[in-house]
Design a protein around this ligand. Structure first.
Ligand code: DGL
Length: 272
């Protein structure tokens, strides 16, 4: 059974890449809902419906463990799926998100204890990061800012274009202006690491920019160590399979670039 990795589009590839680097032995099945991206500006109910459809598709294709490699889905759908849907679908299967593994390391990264979060409008409106951080490290300050233009830049292959400069600089300037004591910027959307060269260019010197991939990979490795009953269901043939809800030609050319290896996907339609 492969480990399922889901995102609204290409963003989850930044997570898959790091997970695969950390644990190349497993089989992975990636699903990008590129036809319906972005999720970040959609309502709670729609993100939940779309995410549940994707999880069911990955379950139907044999995954026992699915990672929501999408902060918006993790913020808006993960808890309902874990608490309400999984017990009915199959209590032995697992769905995990990307927010908790990120929050866990934040207290050790920031010296000023002022964190900046850049994420989609949906993740910011959910305040999932603020609420989780308050539980884990009550003294820390977090400033959350939505970057609604960043996912479209990535999905439309404009991440390296001169046009991207304006929007990357705009949101970073806004964040630092809102709290000049920020010393750590968290990229709370899995698409954003694709903009990393530009983000680093415009972030003030000395500020750490944190991408989630390696954090999620480490946390998954730890999870599999602690759950041998799930680990033993994960096949180990070093395989990667890709599914997209958009055209596979379009997906393959961009995904190959983001993964630094040839990608051949198949198109799927998610049953509602
Ligand atoms: N990659 C997703 C995330 O981490 C969301 C992108 C979107 O808006 O669809 O939030």
């Amino acid at each position: 059974m492969p480990i399922g990795i889901f995102d609204s589009g290409y963003g989850g590839l930044t997570i898959l890449k790091e997970i695969r680097k950390r644990m190349p032995q497993y089989d992975y099945l990636y699903l990008g809902d590129n036809a319906r991206t972005p999720y970040g500006s959609r309502s709670f109910d729609i993100v939940y419906d779309f995410t549940l459809q994707a999880v069911k598709e990955l379950f139907a294709r044999g995954c026992h463990l699915v990672i929501l490699a999408c902060n918006t889905a993790s913020a808006k759908a993960l808890r309902s799926i874990q608490q309400n849907d999984l017990p009915m679908i199959d209590p032995s299967r697992r769905v995990l998100g990307v927010i908790r593994p990120t929050i866990e390391v934040l207290p050790s990264l920031s010296t000023s204890h002022h964190i900046g979060l850049l994420a989609t409008p949906g993740t910011v409106a959910s305040h999932s990061y603020r609420m989780e951080l308050e539980k884990m490290a009550p003294g820390m300050a977090i400033t959350e800012l939505a970057c609604p233009m960043w996912v479209p830049l990535v999905e439309n292959n404009e991440a390296n274009s001169p046009g991207a400069d304006y929007f990357v600089k705009k949101y970073i300037d806004q964040l630092i202006e809102a709290d000049p004591e920020i010393d750590t910027i968290v990229l709370g959307c899995t698409h954003y690491p694709i903009l990393m060269p530009k983000i680093k260019e415009f972030a003030p010197a000395g500020i750490k920019v944190v991408a989630q991939g390696s954090l999620v990979a480490e946390s998954l490795a730890d999870y599999l160590r602690r759950h041998p009953e799930i680990e033993c269901k994960c096949e180990k043939n070093h395989g990667m399979t890709f599914l997209t809800t958009e055209s596979s030609e379009k997906f393959d050319s961009l995904a190959s670039m983001f993964m630094d290896c040839p990608v051949e996907s198949r198109r799927v339609t998610l049953p509602s």
